[in-house]
Design a protein around this ligand. Structure first.
Ligand code: NAD
Ligand code: MG
Length: 385
């Protein structure tokens, strides 16, 4: 029985998913209360949000910003802390029932592991955790009471479609992709794309890193890996299709030929609310979809020629071990360099491919191996930029 209000830790509170999560919590005080809020380095935004939401604890990962946080919030009776360890301690507190992992990139791994080890439920937005260490996280979950509820819209859709169904009846998962801003661009034009071109996502308003991942289609590669670990399917049972309207959030195909889909507007409120509610529907979670406004829904095969990052999902899953950790680290470096204007759009894939071929393969990585792999891959990828 879930107690109400449920105590929520939002890590990555200042970001796109974090602020939308806080809005849902704010509208439903009878269901949810924020007890922990954490952010990377945007201390002013964290202070502003903490003043409004009044958590018990606010944490900033960047220790150089700690004094500002403490001086602003301790007079209000809000505890403060800084650093990665503080983030891991924060998610394990007694006054946390569920952790929303809304940080970006590799930074989600350590707090997610800490949360699982202390038996906290997780609303998982940070897909990179399952990309980097899916097998390891799955084995931790087997020894814990912790449950993961997907926030990513495609995985929420699949989760909704699988409700009440038997695993043996499922043939495959079909993950939809908008195709990003360069879906209709020629290869020559894509080669010259700038950061501001790539940041112009046609349907979704998201953080910068995932928006670039959508433009390269690395986001879809990551979502295939995420689906494998969340739902226990093999790479050849997970397909990506391009659906430019982003209305069908994903589908499940069954052995009898039936396909179930979940539809809605491109709005993260519903998947966030569904995860917070552990699969219960929250009335009015998002604006209803008027289906006649979308008379035409189209689907097309993705073009791995123009978007080679997509093929990295199957490569990572076939190789296994620390391969996806290498891909993630190299991607994080390459995306940051692309956003800074230091490399071209197609260099993102080249840097990942080269890094993957250079970093030592580890078949059964433990946590320390992920730390080492992540560091080595970052250093190597940076040296290529
Ligand atoms: P964002 O860039 O808007 O926000 C990132 C948040 O993480 C910020 O609060 C930032 O302060 C925090 N952060 C950054 N580095 C940190 C660190 N080292 N330690 C602690 N906190 C840190 O990102 P976003 O778009 O909200 O995405 C968050 C996660 O959710 C990503 O993994 C993304 O792939 C996933 N996701 C996002 C969307 C979306 O619509 N935005 C959809 C599906 C999945
Ligand atoms: Mg998604």
């Amino acid at each position: 029985m879930v107690k109400a209000p449920k105590n929520i830790a939002v890590i990555g509170a200042t970001g796109s998913i974090g602020t939308q999560t806080l809005e849902i919590i704010d509208s439903h005080p009878e269901l949810y209360r924020v007890t922990v809020m954490a952010a990377g380095s945007k201390v002013d935004k964290l202070i502003e949000l903490a003043r409004h939401h009044r958590p018990s604890l606010a944490v900033i990962a960047d220790v150089t910003k700690y004094n500002a946080l403490r001086d602003a919030l301790e007079p209000l009776g809000i505890e403060t802390a800084a650093g990665e360890h503080a983030l891991c301690d924060a998610v394990c507190r007694d006054d946390v029932d569920m952790v929303v992992t809304a940080t970006v990139g590799y930074s989600g791994l350590a707090p997610t592991i800490a949360a699982i080890k202390s038996g906290k439920d997780i609303a998982l937005a940070n897909k990179e955790t399952l990309v980097v260490a899916g097998k390891y996280i799955t084995s931790l979950l087997e020894k814990s009471n912790s449950q993961i509820y997907p926030v990513d819209s495609e995985h929420s859709a699949i989760y909704q479609c699988l409700e009440g169904e038997k695993r043996e009846n499922v043939k495959k998962l079909i993950i939809t992709a908008s195709g990003g801003p360069f879906r209709t661009w020629t290869a020559d034009r894509i080669a010259k794309a700038t950061a501001s071109d790539a940041l112009r996502h046609p349907n979704w308003s998201m953080g910068a890193k995932i928006t670039i991942d959508s433009a390269t289609m690395m986001n879809k590669a990551f979502e295939i890996i995420e689906a494998k670990w969340l739902f226990g399917f093999e790479a050849d049972e997970i397909e990506a299709v391009v659906h430019p309207q982003s209305i069908v959030h994903s589908m499940v195909e069954f052995n009898d030929g039936a396909i179930k889909a979940q539809l809605g507007l491109p709005d993260m409120k519903l998947p966030i609310a569904y995860a917070l509610g552990e699969g219960k529907r929250l009335k009015g979670a998002e604006k209803p979809l008027s289906i006649t406004d979308f008379a035409t829904l189209t689907f097309e095969r993705p073009d791995a020629g123009r978007f080679p990052c997509l093929s990295l999902a199957h490569e990572a899953l076939t190789r296994g071990g620390n391969s996806a950790c290498v891909i993630n680290a190299a991607n994080e470096i390459a995306v940051a360099e692309f956003l800074a204007g230091n490399i071209g759009f197609n260099d993102i894939y080249k840097i990942i491919e080269k890094t993957l071929s250079e970093i030592t393969f580890i078949e059964n990585p433990d946590y320390q191996d992920f730390v080492t792999t992540n560091n080595e891959a970052r250093v190597f990828a940076s040296s290529l930029c």
